[in-house]
Ligand binder design. Structure first.
Ligand SMILES: Cc1ncc(COP(=O)(O)O)c(C=O)c1O
Length: 434
């Protein structure tokens, strides 16, 4: 093992041994090298005469660039677009995102947590979690309605086992008892669990009530008290899009600093929240389980995360970090976000209204939804994949089939005035096949 990795592990052993236990083999071996990047950073401060360290090309005191590119980006300074961004991301963006996190999650007030590290959006954050914490055979716990890509990230890449619990009770609430049962089994069998908490949920569009959220947190605390190490990961991809009476904060606020055996990891980002999917800008933020400032633990986790970023993508794109930073600084940001929120909410509520039509009752039920981008129908009479293909071929309507019975509708992509027609067409297609 590299001595720098040993040093970080020693730091963890001394200040939070349970976090060290949570790391995968790869996680234990990770470190951030004192290589080119560290030497370049030193030179940036001190090399007043010539700086021959950095692996970019310079000209006229700034980065070299092509005019045909810069001509399209006149609002931006070349220095904010072309050079590599620091491996942890632009410092101003990281601190503004932290402020935003605190503003939107009052339960984080007074808690200790790291400055967010920039990721290549949430998918990358999930893969960092997988690399740092998952070994072959480890359990990752998720509701059965989950983003299918978790299978690739955790199952295929790390050979972890995705343990699913039924998302909903028959009465239509989150099945917290089922979650508890799976968590307890994993605790008994493995002594370690990675718990994925994705709310608003893809594909169901569900966010728990405050009571359901509290029950999840309590269940995690209980197994921790019984000796299980838990990496509690909030996938807050659709954060903020809460349309009804639900939690309006990430569970991260309550999980942070809750118990020495619980490491809270928050994954969030601009991709869905600020409608900039292709920018690929997200964040990973750590909060250990101790209720005091545990700097050595946070530093060790950050260095390991930076190590895997350096090993895989080196650093995240600079232009999109600049674009998001400018948006966060803009005086119009909050007002424009609110406008888009109202559009999304209008669509969600319209779907609810349309679905009240009794004629649909023989074709489908629908799962509870109150947030995010999606909702799911539960089909009663036809196979979901057959319906999907028929809808495409005959009506030019695109949907996503999940398993035999579920059809996911992204209402985020359908204008409010078209929603009634969309469901009429789906209903017609069901009739065609019945
Ligand atoms: C639950 C969930 N997490 C993560 C992602 C990935 O988001 P990003 O585009 O930021 O990588 C998605 C995207 O579809 C998602 O639905």
């Amino acid at each position: 093992m590299n001595p720098l990795a040993s040093e970080l592990n020693e730091q963890l052993a001394q200040h939070s041994p349970h976090v060290l236990e949570m790391l995968s083999d790869l996680g234990k071996n990770l470190f951030f090298p004192k290589g080119i990047l560290t030497q370049s950073a030193e030179a940036k401060d001190k090399a007043h005469k010539f700086n021959a360290t950095i692996g970019i090309a310079t000209e006229n005191g700034g980065p070299m660039f092509l005019k045909c590119i810069q001509d399209k980006l006149p609002a931006f300074e070349p220095k904010d677009i072309y050079p590599y961004a620091p491996p942890a991301g632009k410092p101003e963006l990281r601190s503004l995102w932290r402020e935003k996190m605190l503003r939107e999650n009052p339960s984080l007030q007074g808690k200790h947590f790291s400055t967010p590290i920039v990721t290549n959006a949430l998918t990358h954050g999930l893969s960092i979690v997988a690399d740092m914490f998952m070994d072959e055979g480890d359990h990752v716990i998720s509701p059965d309605m989950m983003w299918g890509n978790y299978n690739l990230t955790f199952g295929v890449r790390c050979k972890a086992i995705v343990k699913k619990y039924p998302t909903f009770t028959v009465a239509g609430g989150l099945d917290v008892d089922a979650f508890k049962a799976v968590l307890k089994n994993t605790a008994k069998e493995k002594g370690k669990a990675v718990v994925l908490l994705n709310f608003p949920n893809n594909p169901s569009g569900y966010t728990p009530t405050v009571a359901e959220g509290d029950a999840i947190v309590t269940a995690i605390k209980e197994v921790a008290e019984e000796g299980c190490n838990v990496v509690a990961v909030t996938d807050d991809a659709y954060f903020g899009l809460f349309f009804e009476d639900t939690m309006t904060e990430s569970l991260y606020g309550k999980l942070a600093n809750m118990h020495p055996r619980v490491l809270a990891v928050k994954l969030d980002g601009a991709t869905k929240e600020e409608y900039v999917w292709g920018f690929r800008t997200g964040f990973i933020t750590f909060a250990d389980g101790n209720d005091y400032e545990n700097e050595p633990v946070i530093t060790a986790l950050e260095k390991k995360a930076l190590g895997i970023i350096r090993a895989t993508i080196s650093n995240c794109p600079h232009p999109s970090q600049t674009f998001v930073l400018e948006a966060l600084r803009s005086p119009q940001f909050l007002e424009q976000k609110e406008q888009k929120f109202q559009i999304m909410k209008g669509r969600a509520l319209k779907v609810k209204e349309v679905l009240k039509n009794e004629k649909f009752a023989n074709a489908w039920d629908f799962y509870p939804f109150n947030s995010g981008y999606f909702m799911c129908l539960k089909l009663k009479t036809v196979d979901a994949e057959k319906l999907r293909v028929h809808l495409l071929d005959k009506y030019g309507v695109g949907t996503i089939s999940i398993g035999k019975t579920d059809l996911r509708i992204a209402f985020s992509c359908i204008a409010e005035q078209n929603i009634a027609e969309l469901f009429d067409l789906i209903y017609q297609a069901v009739q065609d096949l019945s």
